[in-house]
Design a protein around this ligand. Structure first.
Ligand SMILES: [Zn+2]
Ligand SMILES: [Zn+2]
Length: 266
C-alpha cells in the first residue's frame, strides 16, 4: 500500500487547489490512502498568515467527510499538522482533544526564543553557531515528542543547512529523539518536500535511515503537498531507497491509533 500522509489545503492560505483536486490526483497516481494534514490554528493569532482559523475547522472536517463518501475507492484520513512551540502545550492538549484526528504530525516550524518570524528552514542569526541552531531546534523537537500529544515526527531535520550535515555534531540528541519517539509509539515521516527545495534531499536525509531502523521506528511518507500535483511527490525514489531497509515497517493510522501496514511486496 502507498499512502501520502501529509497534504495541505488552500485553507492555510499558502497552498492552492481544491481539496477534491488533491484526492483526484491521489486516485490518478494510484495511492491507496491519503491524509489531509493542514496547519493547525494557533493561539493569539500566532502566524495566522500560514494556517487555518479556528472557525474554519468545521468546514475542513466536513469537506473531508464529504470526500470520503464521494471517493470510496481511496481511504481519506482527517489529520492535522500541529506545531510544537514552548508555551502552547495546554492549548495543543485541549485543541487536539476536541477533534478526534486520525493522525497528528508534530512539526517544529518556529522556536520560542528565536527572533519572531524566523522559520526553522530559513533562519538567520549572527550570534549562533550552526551546532547551536541545530541544538535549539532538536531540543524543542524532543520536548514536543515528550508531550505524548503527537503521532508522527514531521520533517525531522527541517532546520538543516547544506553547509553542515545535521547528524555530524548533534547525533546524541537525534538518537534521544528517536528513542523517545519509540517510547511514545510514534512514526517518523519521510517528507519529500525537501526534494523540491534547494537542499534537494528529503526530511530527514537518507543518512537517518540506519538510525530509524535501529530504533525500530515505523515510517510514513508525506509529500507535504501545497499543490495537487505534489501528491505522492518522488515516492518511487523513496521506495527504491527504502528497499535496502527491509526491517523498517510502514505505519498506518486510524483515529489516532498506530498499526503496522502490510506491504504489497511482502
Ligand atoms: Zn511543516
Ligand atoms: Zn506541511
Amino acid at each position: 500500500m502507498t499512502s501520502d500522509y501529509h497534504i495541505h489545503t488552500s485553507l492555510c492560505k499558502h497552498a492552492s487547489g481544491a481539496m477534491e483536486e488533491y484526492v483526484q490526483q491521489a486516485v490518478k497516481i494510484g495511492l491507496d490512502e491519503i491524509a489531509f494534514t493542514d496547519h493547525i490554528p494557533l493561539p493569539n493569532g500566532f502566524d495566522v498568515a500560514h494556517r487555518m482559523l479556528p472557525e474554519e475547522m468545521d468546514a475542513y472536517l466536513k469537506e473531508i467527510e464529504h470526500l470520503q463518501k464521494a471517493y470510496p475507492q481511496i481511504k481519506i484520513l482527517g489529520g492535522i499538522e500541529a506545531d510544537f512551540y514552548d508555551g502552547f502545550e495546554t492549548y495543543l492538549c485541549e485543541f487536539l482533544d476536541q477533534y478526534k484526528f486520525d493522525l497528528v504530525i508534530l512539526s517544529v516550524h518556529f522556536i520560542n526564543g528565536w527572533p519572531k518570524g524566523n522559520w526553522a528552514f530559513s533562519y538567520s542569526f549572527s550570534d549562533k553557531t550552526q551546532t547551536e541552531i541545530y541544538n535549539d531546534y532538536l531540543s524543542a523537537l524532543l520536548r514536543g515528542v515528550q508531550t505524548g500529544l503527537f503521532n508522527i515526527i514531521g520533517h525531522l531535520d527541517l532546520v538543516k543547512s547544506a553547509a553542515q550535515p545535521l547528524l555530524q555534531e548533534n547525533s546524541a540528541l537525534i538518537k534521544q529523539i528517536l528513542t523517545e519517539a519509540k517510547k511514545q509509539n510514534m512514526a517518523i515521516e519521510i517528507n519529500t518536500s525537501g526534494l523540491r527545495r534547494e537542499i534537494a534531499e528529503p526530511y530527514p536525509a537518507f543518512s537517518f535511515l540506519p538510525l530509524i531502523a535501529e530504533a525500530g521506528l515505523p515510517l510514513t511518507l508525506g509529500s507535504d503537498a501545497h499543490e495537487p500535483k505534489h501528491v505522492g511527490f518522488a515516492f518511487p525514489e523513496i521506495e527504491a531507497r527504502l528497499s535496502a531497509f527491509p526491517k523498517i515497517k510502514r505505519a498506518r493510522f486510524r483515529a489516532g491509533k498506530i498499526s503496522i501496514a502490510e506491504r504489497k511486496s511482502e
